[in-house]
Design a protein around this ligand. Structure first.
Ligand code: F0G
Length: 459
C-alpha cells in the first residue's frame, strides 16, 4: 500500500476461457464521438471506447459456473427452483428471513422507500448514492448525509472513511425531528465518498443508537463483501474471521438491506430487498407485484436468479477479494508513481482522482471534473465518470460541498494488469499536460439525476 512505487501485479485467480475484442477508436473518431455525445460520456457507444471504467455495476465477467447455472433456468412464473436456491443463499449470507428479488438496486430502493418514506420525512445515510438520494426525494423525503468529516478530506488516511458521524446521528435522533425519521441507512462501502469502508465498530454503535430510538437500520449492501474484506484487513481482532463470518456480524446489526447484485453479486442484472420485519415484508411484496413481478422472480428471468445465487457466493471468496482489491490498489500505485493525485486511502471498487489537486489551475465554474473525464477519454479512449458537483451539486444536503472526484471504476474479473498499466500511462500523460486542459459549460441540465443526460460544450 501507499506510494512506494513497488506495485505487485495482483494474481488473477482465474483462467480466461472466452475473450471479447477491444475496440481501438482513432483520435478523430473519439473527437467526433465527444461532439455527438455533448461531452457526456454516457452518450458514447461501446465501440468508441478502449477501456471502460464508467462503472463496476453490471459489468462483471461471469464464471463458468454462473454460465452453466443459466442453463438450469426453471422459467416457472411461480415457485421456480432457481428462486428457492437464490433465496437460500441470500438468507444464509445476510441472516434476514424475508428476501424479495428485484431487477437491480434502485428497484429495491423504490420498494423500500415507497413502503417507508412519506413526504417531509428525513432519511439519514453516511452518504447517499445518487439513485438512492433521488428515490428518497421522489417520495418527498429529505436525504441527509452524516459521514465523518474525514470522508470529505481526500488526503486523510483514516482506515474507515465510510463511518457514520455518531454524534450527529445521536443529535438528530435525540432532537425534534425524531418522529420524521422512518429509517437510518448506511452504505457499505461508501461509493460517493471514494469506495471507503465502514468499520464494524461504527456499525455496532450506529445500530445501538438506532435501537435506543426504535428506528430501523437498513444497509445499502451493494459492495458488502469488499467492505468485509477491509474489516478483515484493518480492524483489530477480525483477521481470523472469514468474509462470511464478518458478513454475519455486519447483518446481525441491521433490520434489512437493499442490494444491487450488479456489484458484489457478480451478475449483469439483479438485486434484492431483505428485511426481518414480517409486516413490512407483506407491504413490500404487494409493491413488488405492482412494479417488478411475482415474488419468486421480481423482474428477472429465473435463470438470472440462478446466476445471482452463484455470484453472491463467488464474490465472498477470499482469493477473489484479495485479487479484486489488489487490482484497484495496483492501478492506484501506478498512478501515484506518476504523481497523479488520488483520493486516499484506495477504496474497494475503483480509484478516484482528486480533481481539485489534479486541475488546481481551474475554477470550479469551468466544471473541472467533467473536463478531466473528457480529457482522459480524448487521451486514451478511456471512459470514466465524474462524481462531484455535476452528479451532486444541485442536491447535496448543504453541510459539505460535494467532493470533486473522477472515478475509475474497475469492472470485476474483466481487465488485466496490462490494461491497468495502459490506463495509468494515459492518465499520467494527461496529468503531465494538465495546464492544457480546457473547461466546459453545461448546455443542458435535466432536473433529476442530471449527470446521466446533461450536455456540455467547451469553453
Ligand atoms: N447504491 C449504491 C451504493 C450504488 O453504487 C448503486 C449503483 C446503487 C445503490 C443502485 O444500484 O444501479 O443496481 O440500481 N451504482 C452504480 C455505480 C450505478 O456506477 O456506482 P443499481
Amino acid at each position: 500500500m501507499g506510494s512506494t512505487g513497488e506495485s505487485r501485479q495482483p494474481f488473477e485467480p482465474f483462467r480466461i476461457k472466452v475473450v471479447e475484442a477491444i475496440p481501438n477508436p482513432s483520435p478523430e473518431r473519439r473527437e467526433a464521438a465527444l461532439v455527438r455525445a455533448g461531452y457526456n460520456l454516457f452518450g458514447l457507444l461501446s465501440d468508441e471506447i478502449r477501456v471502460d471504467l464508467l462503472t463496476d455495476s453490471g459489468t462483471s465477467a461471469m464464471s463458468d459456473r454462473q454460465w452453466a447455472g443459466l442453463q438450469t433456468g426453471d422459467e416457472s412464473y411461480a415457485g421456480s427452483r432457481n428462486f428457492t436456491h437464490f433465496e437460500a443463499v441470500a438468507r444464509e449470507i445476510t441472516g434476514f428471513p424475508h428476501i424479495l428479488p428485484a431487477h437491480q438496486g434502485r428497484a429495491a430502493e423504490n420498494l423500500l422507500f415507497s413502503a417507508m418514506v412519506q413526504p417531509g420525512m428525513i432519511v439519514p445515510n453516511n452518504m447517499h448514492f445518487d439513485t438512492t438520494q433521488a428515490h428518497v426525494r421522489h417520495k418527498g423525503g429529505i436525504p441527509q448525509n452524516l459521514a465523518i468529516s474525514e470522508a470529505y478530506d481526500p488526503r486523510s488516511e483514516h482506515p474507515f472513511k465510510g463511518d457514520v458521524n455518531l454524534e450527529r446521528l445521536q443529535a438528530l435522533l435525540d432532537g425534534p425531528d425524531r418522529p420524521r425519521i422512518p429509517l437510518v441507512m448506511v452504505t457499505i462501502t461508501n461509493n460517493t465518498g471514494g469506495g471507503q469502508p465502514v468499520s464494524l465498530t461504527n456499525l455496532t454503535a450506529v445500530s445501538a443508537i438506532c435501537q435506543a430510538h426504535h428506528v430501523p437500520l437498513y444497509l445499502d449492501m451493494c459492495r458488502w463483501a469488499e467492505n468485509a474484506y477491509f474489516i478483515k484487513e484493518r480492524e483489530p481482532g477480525m483477521s481470523g474471521l472469514s468474509i462470511g463470518e464478518i458478513g454475519h456480524r455486519i447483518f446481525a446489526l441491521a433490520d434489512g438491506a437493499t442490494m444491487s447484485a450488479k456489484k458484489d453479486g457478480l451478475v449483469n442484472i439483479g438485486g434484492f430487498v431483505a428485511t426481518r420485519d414480517a409486516e413490512l415484508f407483506d407491504r413490500l411484496k404487494e409493491l413488488l407485484i405492482l412494479y417488478e413481478g411475482f415474488p419468486t422472480y421480481g423482474g428477472l428471468a429465473r435463470r438470472d436468479l440462478e446466476a445471482m445465487a452463484i455470484g453472491l457466493r463467488e464474490a465472498m471468496e477470499f482469493d477473489y477479494l484479495a485479487y479484486r482489491v489488489g487490482q484497484v490498489r495496483y492501478l492506484a500505485e501506478r498512478l501515484e508513481a506518476r504523481g497523479v493525485p488520488i483520493f486516499r486511502p484506495v477504496g474497494g471498487h475503483g480509484v478516484y482522482l482528486d480533481v481539485t489537486r489534479f486541475l488546481d489551475h481551474m475554477d470550479p465554474k469551468e466544471l473541472p471534473g467533467q473536463a478531466l473525464v473528457v480529457e482522459i477519454y480524448r487521451e486514451g479512449g478511456i471512459r470514466t465518470v465524474e462524481i462531484g458537483s455535476i452528479m451532486f451539486g444541485d442536491s447535496e444536503d448543504g453541510s459539505h460541498p460535494p467532493l470533486e472526484l473522477v472515478r475509475l471504476a474497475i469492472p470485476r474479473r474483466v481487465y488485466t494488469s496490462s490494461h491497468m498499466e495502459y490506463v495509468a500511462e494515459c492518465v499520467g500523460r494527461v496529468y503531465a499536460r494538465r495546464k492544457s486542459v480546457r473547461g466546459l459549460r453545461m448546455t443542458h441540465s435535466p432536473e433529476r439525476l442530471r449527470h446521466f443526460t446533461a450536455r456540455f460544450a467547451p469553453l
